[in-house]
Design a protein around this ligand. Sequence first.
Ligand SMILES: [Zn+2]
Length: 392
Amino acid sequence: MDTPSFNTKVECPLCGSVNEFETIRVGAYVETGRDTDFCPIGVKWRFEEYRGYNPLVFFVATCPKCYYSREFNDAFKGWKSDSTFKTYRLKRIKTLHLEELAQDNAIIKRLGQSIDLDKSPNESAIAKLLLTIRDETLNERPSNLDLGRFYLRIAWVMRQLDANGPPQRSSAVEPFSAIDQKFEVWAEGLASWTTYRDELFGELNRSLADGDRKAGSEQSKIESSYAEIKEQLLAYEEKCRSLGDELTGIIKSHRAIAVGPAVGRPEAPFGGKGSLYEFLTDLKRDWSETPLDEREALNRAVEGYQKALEAGKEVSAGNLQIQVCYLIAELSRRAGEFAKAREFFNSVIKVGQEYVREHQADKSRTALARKILDLAAEQTQAAKEAAAGVTT
Ligand SMILES: [Zn+2]
């Protein structure tokens, strides 16, 4: 093997530019094993120039022009003959993606511009995965299974960065993650206030319109008071939003004074920010699905896998179902959600044993299920011990 990879030309389905993407050859690196959530460990490249690269750097193809991002697999390489994609998905994704791209400070633009495969390949891998998640959610019916898979891969890259890379957070940055979290909850509250207000007004408008039929002076008094209240409420909401923006600015300035300028601190600069963590924190303010650390990425992965499992269609019975149940359990255990971990380890064992019994004559068919059953037994024990450690 002379080269670690080969290039494939793919036309961007959104903007039409023809891009070349790298596919890593089998054998270009070896792994010493897999972690209990199947994360490759001990990756060693046979090619010096790729040392330190997480292979997931090449998992996603991102168009350098419009930042459209997809898992770089055969389905994407051959999208031109994928009639389902072309007929049912492409138009919607193209419109929504390009609409967002045209906006100032668009999330996809910030993610796309942060990518620098030479200077920060692994951080860029996270940005590319986030772009893929963003584009997947533009689908009318996004694949929850894929969203789970993408978030899990973000968690894996973050784990490697935490283990090998420069520290992602300085201690001075740490307190801000609590402030950011609270702020996010508050902003979400405001957003749902608006939604519920819309719904309430909708109901009221309909009901008052019906009431018109028996209109009288009482009825018109009610209507004019309602119009006045509505107007005032909307004005207050507007004020609330602009005060919220001011507050964001104040938090930013406070952070700048408390943490100091980004330059000269130990974190690797990323995306024009002091570090990956700061870049993600900034992004999360406008996109709440952004995970700030491995634990948050694991929680999002669990959410995707669980939705896929509950919806049923995406997860066929058998090996995939056993695997998905196991991942929900194991990722929950890693994220400290021990009750959920126990619940799903139990269903892995139940579903897995049934499957193995049903197909006992076919050893190769049940190999994965048996391996997962062993893992589940070990990790159930680990979860029990950890949960005991938490409560005592
Ligand atoms: Zn493009």
